[in-house]
Design a protein around this ligand. Structure first.
Ligand code: ZN
Length: 160
């Protein structure tokens, strides 16, 4: 675990699928869907985020060439290869903090007891799962079901 030095990300909308994968791994990741790159650069600089983009203009900016802001220029159009590039470049830990961040809104998830989610999850889930997390923002409930397992399995393939 390297909680203190864990990178935070700003994902440009031209590589938007990376946001979900980075959140699955537990990395604080914002998705930029504005139209002005300067806003993205300013926000990333203010919050110490690494920008992930396919936009070659961004890496020419002074804040990037001077080393103030880190930008990874994504090469591939394939989300899986894009993840490979990010993981390799920053030597990311794929088991960093799985199941810790809402995939939709990037909020840290809160643990919930089985009783607390009784009326919020499908009955078959309630019967078979014992660990639950809730997003404080969108109130989505997460559990380690088959969907989760499929995602972590795919994630492990990225680093092989
Ligand atoms: Zn949420």
């Amino acid at each position: 675990m390297r909680l203190i030095s864990a990178p935070k990300f700003m994902v440009d909308n031209n590589v938007g699928k990376l946001a979900k994968w980075l959140r699955i791994m537990g990395y604080d990741t914002l998705f930029f869907n504005g139209s002005d790159d300067s806003d993205m650069v300013a926000a990333a600089l203010a919050e110490g985020r690494v920008i992930l983009t396919k936009d070659t203009q961004i890496v020419k900016r002074r804040v990037v060439t001077s080393g103030q802001l880190e930008v990874i220029l994504i090469q591939s159009d394939e989300p899986e290869l894009q993840m490979h590039q990010v993981i390799d470049t920053l030597n990311l830990d794929c088991q960093f903090r799985p199941f810790a961040i809402c995939l939709e809104c990037n909020q840290p998830l809160l643990e919930r007891t089985k009783q607390q989610v009784k009326d919020l999850v499908p009955p078959y889930v309630f019967q078979t799962q014992s660990q639950y997390m809730e997003c404080p923002a969108c109130h989505r409930i997460y559990w380690r079901g088959t969907h989760w397992q499929a995602m972590t399995k795919k994630l492990n393939k990225f680093v092989q």
